[in-house]
Ligand binder design. Structure first.
Ligand SMILES: NC(=O)C1=CN([C@@H]2O[C@H](COP(=O)(O)OP(=O)(O)OC[C@H]3O[C@@H](n4cnc5c(N)ncnc54)[C@H](OP(=O)(O)O)[C@@H]3O)[C@@H](O)[C@H]2O)C=CC1
Ligand SMILES: O=C(O)[C@@H]1CCC=N1
Length: 271
């Protein structure tokens, strides 16, 4: 089985580890390198995986996953540079970090070392993630298949050109936050209209689950599904008119454009 070393045991590192274990991967095939000792202990205790140093974690690992903040990537790569990566197993580096291009990693790795850039999202925690993957200069079809197999266990996987990853980050990487914000706003509105918080929460959560299931499974477009809820002269039309008056489409466009720009800016920052 492919041995995976996850460097950085924060929110996305945990989502990946937890999702992979739930999908049936054995704890012995996962190892985490997390610098904050109490957090490393927590992950090790919760998931039954080994928590160790970067040098130890990458030894014998087939796949090295970078799951630290973009600002911490350079120090991790410097540490990796002092480790003998040309060991007995063929290795592949997979980065989940926003913004940073594959060339930035390749420059710090032994010549020809394969790198795959991934933009995942946190629903992989429950096996419902979506990840976009893009090949670096030295990643082969076989490397891409390995990454697809790993991430396919925790959600859907799409392959894109690296030039599209900033846009993907804006749509699906950050996307769960937009969905949670909409849920939060709807729950507050329900409470404002007199529902208990528990009832408003149950109604909103199941409305999101049901709507997502219809979008994913019916084959109908978002537009058509919305139209089907909108009775002539009815309640939905009144609500949608208010949302449009509030500039909801422009707000989403500007929000996603800001996320894409931010991702590109993270990548443009000097080493
Ligand atoms: N959260 C999300 O939804 C998504 C995140 N990403 C990307 O994933 C990456 C991680 O994000 P996220 O999980 O939210 O961030 P977190 O800050 O939650 O997790 C990063 C973890 O890495 C640890 N860390 C930092 N440096 C090192 C090191 N040298 N060795 C070992 N561990 C280290 C941090 O410790 P400490 O806290 O002490 O710094 C922290 O626990 C980012 O690059 C982000 O762009 C991508 C898609 C979605
Ligand atoms: O907010 C961020 O920068 C990361 C990348 C995508 C989701 N979270």
């Amino acid at each position: 089985m492919t041995r995976i070393a996850v460097i950085g045991g924060g929110r996305i590192g945990e989502a990946l580890i937890s999702g992979l274990l739930k999908s049936g991967r054995a704890p012995k095939d996962l190892v985490v390198a997390e610098q904050y000792a109490p957090r490393a202990e927590e992950l090790s205790g919760q998931f039954g995986i080994r928590a160790t140093t970067i040098g130890d974690a990458v030894e014998g690992a087939h796949v090295i996953v970078i799951a630290v903040k973009p600002t911490d990537v350079d120090s991790v790569m410097t540490e990796l540079g002092s480790v003998d990566l040309d060991g007995d197993v063929e290795q592949l580096l997979v980065t989940l970090a926003a913004g940073l291009p594959t060339v930035r990693y390749e420059a710090k790795l032994p010549a020809g070392f394969p790198v795959v850039r991934v933009m995942p999202n946190t629903p992989m925690l429950v096996g419902e993630g979506v990840s976009a993957i893009a090949a670096g200069r030295y990643a082969t079809a076989e490397h891409m298949a390995t990454v697809r197999e790993i991430l396919g266990a925790v959600g859907k996987v799409v392959t894109v050109a690296e030039s599209q990853i900033d846009a993907v980050t804006a749509v699906s990487g950050s996307g769960p936050a937009y969905m949670f914000l909409v849920a939060e706003a709807m729950i507050e509105a329900g409470v404002g209209l007199g529902l208990t918080r528990a009832t408003a929460t149950e109604l909103v959560v199941q409305t999101m689950v049901g709507s997502a299931a219809m979008l994913a499974g019916s084959g109908d477009s978002a537009h058509d599904l919305r139209a089907a809820v909108t009775s002539p002269g009815g309640t939905t039309a009144a609500a949608v008119r208010e949302l449009e008056r509030g500039g909801v489409r422009t707000a989403f466009y500007e929000a996603l454009a800001a996320a894409k720009s931010r991702s590109a800016a993270l990548g443009a920052s000097p080493e």
